[in-house]
Structures are given as structure tokens and as C-alpha cells.
Design a protein around this ligand. Structure first.
Ligand SMILES: Cc1ncc(COP(=O)(O)O)c(C=O)c1O
Length: 378
């Protein structure tokens, strides 16, 4: 069996994360944005490894990081990350105290938040880093546009609240048609104008997510919130990426078994596949518990010796079986690529998501769990 530097992890599958390329991506996006950058590192940095990606972003000098949960933010702090963090997802009112104590930036969109922030900051004698979130059409968190002045006044007028920013979020900025995106931008701009007319202008006005950053320069304001594109992940719509930006994740494994089967031998749960005479069946130690979908129809492919080979039979929890064509002289220990390039062939998470599994590339990579070790290339 060939030597692998990854054996120390006790698994024969791993994801390689190219942090040098992450730097290139961040720097290219920062140049393009021409403004401050918040890098979204939630969901384990979209599956790429939150702490290492956050550290790299911090070294690149980004202005802020974005997490979805308090737990993610605290994990970053435990790992020495000092950059300001904005919680970008909904939290429950009873979490506000923890958020304020941890010094996190957070969105404000409910009446309850105002009362709680007031009470907590006064009782504890500490400041809160609030961003007013405006719902310009996403229908998730955010005040309705007509409430924005009242909320902004509150945040602006309370000494113990640092009114850090005001922001909104696009719902369809990767659509072919940018009409609704431009409508959202217009709604948001009208809110900002109303605040400015009342001499309210927090330091950070922000709206652009990845497609906004790429496609609508007017949405970049004081800061862009860059998620998927940071990791080189292509968007669903017609978003041209700067050529320097590349994906930073490859998912690999080693072939751990090869057996030659007689004709009509069933393979895997449900016996959906029967072998042909002399078929070489290999085992790849990756299963649906690794985020490799349980599709029984030979849909999944992997790369072996630079060629696409099919996964035959149902994907098991921790392993799957591939049919090795007779012309491939495979050996136990050979490298398998699930996402990435081998020889002249490439399998992308976009192909897997959109063409095989009926989802998108982000779901593919964010669902690769922690039990698939991440190997960081610097
Ligand atoms: C509020 C907010 N901003 C920015 C982003 C980043 O989006 P994208 O990955 O499209 O850049 C997200 C992602 O979900 C988000 O919720």
C-alpha cells in the first residue's frame, strides 16, 4: 500500500484545503470590492474548516468575520481569533446576554431586542455592538423598511449601544434577472437616505453577498459580506469570477480493497447491482455519514487513475463500492478523488450537487462532516 501522510488521522479519506489559494481569493476579492471585507466563516467555513480559514482571513487583514451561531464565534475566540465577529443568523432573545458579554456584533430586528439590550447593557455596565438589520425582501430577519428610522434612532440615542452598522441581504442576486435585486437595493438605499436625513449614519452600511459583490458594484457600500466566493465556489447564476479565484477544497480517499467477483453477485444493501463475470469491485472508505449521498443507481462517480469510475450499489454509511474497469490496473492504496482533479479529469462539487444529487455545490461541501479530516496546505 502506498504511503500516505494522512494515515495519522486514522481514516483513509480527507479533504485538502488550500489556504494559500484562500489568501489569493481573499486578496482578489478585496481588490475587487475596494472596500472593507467581512468573510463569512459559518458552517465550518462552508465545510473548509472554520478556525484555519478564519485565521487566514485575519492574516489577510479582513475587517470582520461572520458566523451563524454564538458557538462558532466562541470557538474562534478560543482559538485566538481577535477580528470582530458579526452573527449573521437569527438568535433567540434569551441569547442576547451571552452575545453582548462576548463582545460580538449582532443584528437587531425585534422590539424585544431593544428592551433586552437596554436592560442588559445597563445592568452589566457593558456596551453592545448592534447592527440594524433591514428586511428589504428576504423575509427572514430584519425590520420592515418603515420601521428602520425608529429602530435606528433607538440604537443611535443610547450611550451603551454602539450603533455599528446597518445592513440588508439579497435573496436572488445570483439570478439571471437582477430586477428584484435592484429593487431590494433601492429599498435599502431609501432607508439609508432616510436615516442620513435625520443625521444618522453608522460606520458600516453593508449589503453585498458574493453575487452582489461580483455583479452590483453599487451594493458594496462600506463593507461586503463575502461567503461562498471566498472559497472559490461558483455561483448558481451567471456570475463571472475574477480569474485568480479558484476552489480551495479537494476531497480524496484511498482505495482500501479490491475483489474480483463472479457473474451476478449482488453488491450492497438492497442488492440493486449485480456484477458481471470477473468484475473488479473496489471499496472507497466514504459513505453517507461523510456526506456522500446514498444514491443506488451508479450515479456517483469518483476519479481513479485519472478516469471516472462509477459507484455501484447503494452507498453505505461509511463506504461505497466502485466498479473498476478491466483496463485500469488499480492497486489497494491508490488515490481516489471525489471532488477535485486527477490527471486530466475533474469532478466539481457543482457537478455533484446540480447534476447528480438535485441540490447545489454549497450543500455538498457544507455536509462533509468533521470526521473527514481537513488537511491544510499552506
Ligand atoms: C447575512 C448574510 N450575509 C452574507 C452571506 C454570504 O452569502 P454568500 O455565500 O452568497 O456570499 C450570508 C450567507 O448565508 C448571510 O446569511
Amino acid at each position: 500500500m502506498s504511503e500516505s501522510p494522512y494515515d495519522i488521522y486514522g481514516r483513509n479519506t480527507w479533504a485538502e484545503i488550500d489556504l494559500a489559494q484562500l489568501r489569493v481569493n481573499i486578496n482578489a476579492l478585496s481588490d475587487l470590492a475596494g472596500t472593507k471585507m467581512l468573510v463569512i466563516v459559518k458552517a465550518n467555513a462552508y465545510g473548509h474548516g472554520m478556525v484555519e480559514c478564519a485565521r487566514t482571513a485575519e492574516e489577510c487583514g479582513v475587517h470582520m468575520l461572520g458566523t451563524a451561531t454564538i458557538g462558532e464565534a466562541l470557538l474562534l475566540r478560543e482559538n485566538g481569533i481577535k477580528t470582530d465577529i458579526l452573527l449573521v443568523a437569527a438568535y433567540a432573545p434569551d441569547e442576547i446576554e451571552t452575545i453582548i458579554k462576548a463582545g460580538l456584533h449582532f443584528p437587531v430586528w425585534l422590539e424585544e431586542h431593544l428592551t433586552l439590550i437596554d436592560h442588559i447593557t445597563k445592568t452589566l455596565g457593558i456596551k453592545a455592538h448592534a447592527h440594524l438589520k433591514i428586511d428589504s425582501g428576504m423575509g427572514r430577519i430584519g425590520v420592515f423598511p418603515e420601521q428602520s428610522l425608529r429602530f435606528a434612532r433607538y440604537l443611535n440615542d443610547h450611550d451603551h449601544i454602539i450603533f455599528e452598522g446597518v445592513y440588508s441581504h439579497f435573496h436572488s442576486a445570483d439570478d439571471d434577472d437582477l430586477t428584484t435585486t435592484k429593487d431590494q437595493l433601492e429599498i435599502f438605499e431609501a432607508c439609508i437616505k432616510e436615516l442620513e436625513d435625520h443625521k444618522i449614519r453608522p460606520p458600516l452600511v453593508h449589503m453585498a453577498n458574493s453575487p452582489g459583490l461580483l455583479r452590483l458594484a453599487e451594493s458594496r457600500f462600506d463593507m461586503v459580506r463575502s461567503g461562498k466566493i471566498t472559497y472559490g465556489e461558483p455561483h448558481e447564476g451567471p456570475c463571472d469570477m475574477p480569474s485568480a479565484i479558484k476552489p480551495i477544497l479537494q476531497w480524496k480517499a484511498k482505495l482500501v480493497s479490491i475483489k474480483t467477483f463472479p457473474k451476478d453477485h449482488p453488491i450492497s444493501y438492497g442488492a440493486h447491482y449485480k456484477t458481471y463475470e470477473g468484475e473488479h469491485i473496489g471499496i472507497v472508505p466514504v459513505g453517507h455519514a461523510d456526506g456522500w449521498h446514498r444514491v443506488p443507481r451508479g450515479v456517483n462517480k469518483v476519479l481513479l487513475h485519472g478516469e471516472r469510475v462509477s459507484v455501484m450499489g447503494t452507498v453505505c454509511m461509511d463506504q461505497c463500492m466502485i466498479s473498476i474497469p478491466p483496463h485500469i490496473d488499480a492497486k489497494i492504496g491508490d488515490e481516489i478523488v471525489l471532488i477535485g482533479k486527477q490527471g486530466k479529469e475533474t469532478i466539481t462539487d457543482k457537478e455533484i450537487g446540480e447534476e447528480w444529487w438535485g441540490t447545489n455545490n454549497y450543500e455538498v461541501i457544507t455536509n462533509i462532516p468533521a470526521r473527514v479530516p481537513r488537511i491544510y496546505l499552506r
